[in-house]
Write a protein that binds this ligand. Structure first.
Ligand code: IMP
Length: 202
């Protein structure tokens, strides 16, 4: 039996690694959209769900295959929930230096904020679309509570992980083993819900 081909609508290598690891046991052939030369689409949505739908629809349209897309980010309470959906380009740059520059900007913006007020959460919405005009997309979400540190710690993961302190484990998400991160994270939670819905879908 040939495996079901599904496009992973993301160009973010950190997310791709995590989603692939978590979907390894599923009987699907997960193909990164960049392997099929599908370019990125402008994320014009006003929330995580809209942006995830935009990305999944674009990948379906370009490839004619079902697609999974994730839209995620960090909400910092002391910044009124920013950077939120703008997390990837918080410092105004994209590409290889974006993660490092975003972390510098976050520390700068929070420099006057004391430890007890540095609460934050990662948010994630994952969408599964069968085809471009699928009228019943599967949409699942997850969130992960933590706190923003004053300096970076750890080398695993990507993005804001070195600044995201996980109180339940006494370390940052960049100090967690990838399996442990996936078992706790916003993305892991959203994906597990998606897999449950997937199993229920006729
Ligand atoms: P997106 O690709 O538009 O969904 O942007 C997601 C951005 O949110 C990433 O580029 C990171 O900056 C941040 N982010 C999302 N999930 C994580 C995570 O698990 N760890 C660290 N940063 C994350």
């Amino acid at each position: 039996m040939s495996l079901q081909k599904i496009i992973l609508a993301s160009g973010n290598p950190g997310k791709l690694t995590e989603l692939r690891a978590m979907l390894r046991e599923k009987k699907v052939d997960l193909i990164s959209q960049s392997d099929l030369e599908v370019g990125e689409v402008e994320e014009t949505g006003l929330n995580f769900a809209e942006n995830a739908l935009i990305k999944a629809r674009h990948a379906c349209k370009e490839t004619g295959l079902p697609a999974i897309a994730d839209d995620s980010g960090i909400e910092v309470d002391a910044l009124g929930g920013k950077p939120g959906i703008y997390s990837a380009r918080y410092a105004g740059v994209s590409g290889a230096t974006a993660d490092a520059e975003n972390n510098v900007r976050l520390l700068q913006d929070l420099k006057e904020v004391p430890e007890q007020d540095r609460t934050a959460r990662f948010q994630c919405v994952i969408v599964y679309l069968l085809h471009e005009r699928d009228s019943m997309p599967l949409i699942c979400q997850g969130s992960w509570e933590g706190r923003i540190l004053f300096t970076e710690r750890g080398r695993n993961g990507f993005g804001y992980d070195p600044l995201f302190y996980v109180p339940t484990h006494g370390c940052t998400s960049a100090q967690l083993d990838s399996k442990v991160k996936n078992s706790l994270s916003h993305r892991g939670q959203a994906l597990r819900k998606l897999l449950e819905c997937w199993n229920l879908r006729p």
